[in-house]
Design a protein around this ligand. Structure first.
Ligand SMILES: [Fe+2]
Ligand SMILES: [Fe+2]
Length: 428
């Protein structure tokens, strides 16, 4: 960790964070929503549809984070952290109440109970979103049984850094911006400003906790880092797909004045800054955790991610058939070069050859620390993989059943047994 970011984290105490909570208390029932109906009616049809999509994610999310925080309080290693987490649980409940009121009083959907209104959000939650929130539910169960520090580090990473820091905050930022400048839904804007301020405090807490658990030289840092890396590898592939708009319709964000690229770039900037502050920068994590070019700008990375998502490569498994154009294959294999771990090659050169029955062949060479991918056939491949382009892409989705695909011979790897075993290590 740089001296500057270490100081930054040391200067914020858990006591400060608690005091800020007391000072920032607000009432979800005092927010005046009576003017918002007019503003809601004035939205265009696509803006209302988009709002239902985005607010459903917020409302369901607030409910889930309120419900899953209890085991964090009991697992916290210090009283100061436990107390802060207790204040945070109150905040999340308040956020959920605010969204429940908004759904009922302004949008006019849902029922008398929170549960009834929540069920109206379910059809809006996509594959990427469910992948992450299902993991959050499982994490709460894991933390109940295992209160160790590495498990706690994993749990804080998922909750505070991924859910709050990388998904909710970018969404809030753009939505808040729009309504603040339009000034047509004053109650919503006031509530969202309060929610955002609370979330900043929560994320600040998460960054502080992780800086104490993961920064080089901290006790247990190695073990905690390994636990966090394992979590990130499992859950990050769902991340971009959270923003995958219904029917791939870009109007869902553009009708509010921002593009998917804007939201990805904004999120990425936050991710890079925060992991740097924590003392575990993304570029120092093992290959494949954040598999993007460390020299590319956030805008460049965002543009590539959105392109691959809209082309059916990074998105949900039930999206469009993946594009196999030469440009898309290049983007995909560029990603693969960053996922492959050269250390697993153990000094000897490795050549992986892909033969697709419906797309151009490609190969990957890992040799003496340099990894490159090119179209066409390579001489003397270590392993040959045969499949269709669509099956290969499907096998890389985080919830893919790779064993079943092998048994069904939809993916057919050929090579010496020890090389097939090594391949699992190379690609994590
Ligand atoms: Fe919240
Ligand atoms: Fe929060």
């Amino acid at each position: 960790m740089s001296v500057a970011s270490q100081n930054l984290m040391d200067n914020i105490t858990y006591e400060d964070l608690y005091r800020r909570w007391e000072q920032g208390n607000w009432s979800a029932y005092d927010i005046d929503l009576s003017q918002d109906n007019k503003g809601w009616e004035a939205l265009t049809e696509i803006q209302r549809r988009s709002a239902m999509w985005i607010y459903s994610m917020f409302f369901y999310g607030e409910d889930r984070v309120a419900d899953t925080l209890a085991p964090y309080i009991t697992a916290a290693p210090t009283e100061e952290q436990a107390y802060f987490l207790a204040t945070q649980q109150v905040d999340e409940v308040r956020h959920s109440i605010f969204f429940h009121r908004f759904f009922k009083e302004v949008i006019g959907v849902g029922g008398e109970t929170i549960q009834q209104t929540l069920s109206s959000t379910l059809p809006q939650l996509n594959w990427g979103y469910r992948g992450i929130f299902d993991r959050l539910d499982v994490m709460a169960e894991e933390l109940r049984k295992d209160r160790s520090v590495p498990k706690y580090a994993q749990a804080i990473t998922l909750y505070h850094l991924i859910v709050e820091g990388s998904l909710a905050q970018p969404g809030q930022h753009f939505i808040e911006d729009f309504f603040a400048s339009e000034d047509t839904m004053p109650g919503f804007s006031a509530g969202m400003a309060n929610v955002s301020r609370d979330e900043q405090r929560h994320i600040g807490f998460g960054v502080k906790v992780l800086s104490e658990l993961l920064a080089e030289g901290k006790p247990g840092a190695e073990e905690n880092r390994a636990a966090v890396v394992e979590l990130l590898k499992g859950v990050l592939p769902y991340g971009p797909a959270v923003f995958y708009p219904p029917n791939q319709d870009r109007e869902y964000t553009e009708c509010y004045g921002f593009s998917l690229e804007d939201i990805f770039a904004f999120g990425l900037k936050l991710i890079r800054q925060r992991w740097r502050t924590i003392g575990f920068p993304t570029e120092e994590m093992p290959p494949g955790v954040f598999p993007f070019d460390p020299d590319a700008t956030e805008e460049e990375v965002a543009a590539r991610q959105v392109q691959m998502m809209m082309a059916g490569i990074l998105g949900p498994p039930d999206g469009p058939a993946p594009d196999s154009s030469p440009d898309m294959q290049r983007l995909y294999f560029d990603l693969i070069t960053r996922v492959a771990d050269p250390a697993a090659a153990n000094g000897s050169p490795l050549v992986y050859q892909w033969r697709f029955n419906d797309a151009d062949p490609w190969h990957l060479i890992i040799d003496n620390g340099s990894t490159r991918a090119e179209p066409g056939e390579a001489p003397n491949p270590t392993v040959v993989i045969e499949s269709s382009w669509a099956d290969w892409i499907a096998s890389g989705k985080p919830d893919a059943n790779q064993l079943k695909m092998l048994v069904q011979r939809r993916i057919r790897p050929r090579g010496p047994i020890r090389e097939l075993a090594r391949m699992r290590k190379v690609f994590g």
